[in-house]
Design a protein around this ligand. Sequence first.
Ligand code: COA
Length: 155
Amino acid sequence: MNENSLELQSGCAVRPASEQDMKSIRRLVWSAKLDPTQLRWEQFWVIECEGKLAACGQLRNFAGAQELGSLVVAKDWRDRGLGSYLTKYLIQQATEPLYLECLGSRLASFYTRFGFTEVSVQELPQSLKFKFGLSQLAKTLFRIPVTIMQYQAGF
Ligand SMILES: CC(C)(COP(=O)(O)OP(=O)(O)OC[C@H]1O[C@@H](n2cnc3c(N)ncnc32)[C@H](O)[C@@H]1OP(=O)(O)O)[C@@H](O)C(=O)NCCC(=O)NCCS
């Protein structure tokens, strides 16, 4: 897949989430063992394929920053470009400097493709320091491989 293209396969469409999607979003987030808190449908976008919710992702709002989070593609729909599409789509929707945290080097290299680079807690805006700082503490205490990344526009 071309990393710069923004094309969705036929039968699939991206749209802002609605309240009715919340159950499916929760199911997707739980299935991927991602943070089940702060799931507000108003912040989500979803990809619907053949009438089913195939992927979701959100932009959480902080003062002067946003976090790309809860990116999940349903198992049956993985490896077909939906995760890449939604990542690029959310980057386009972002209106503030964009950050994320992810687990493991495989995911970090996935996000690198789209222009995210690793940053330290010290480089974060104040509004994100507490939340992401906690993850860094977990990283240190429990050796959890958390990576904090920032989207570098025009990379
Ligand atoms: C990560 C994820 C969103 C990718 O979605 P996808 O639609 O399968 O991805 P795409 O088809 O666009 O891209 C495939 C690429 O994603 C990467 N990828 C696929 N599954 C992955 C996984 N579990 N972890 C990390 N990277 C993964 C691969 O590197 C693959 O690369 P390739 O093109 O060289 O083979 C999807 O695997 C998923 O929902 N995982 C569980 C939830 C999760 O970890 N979300 C990220 C939270 S930070």
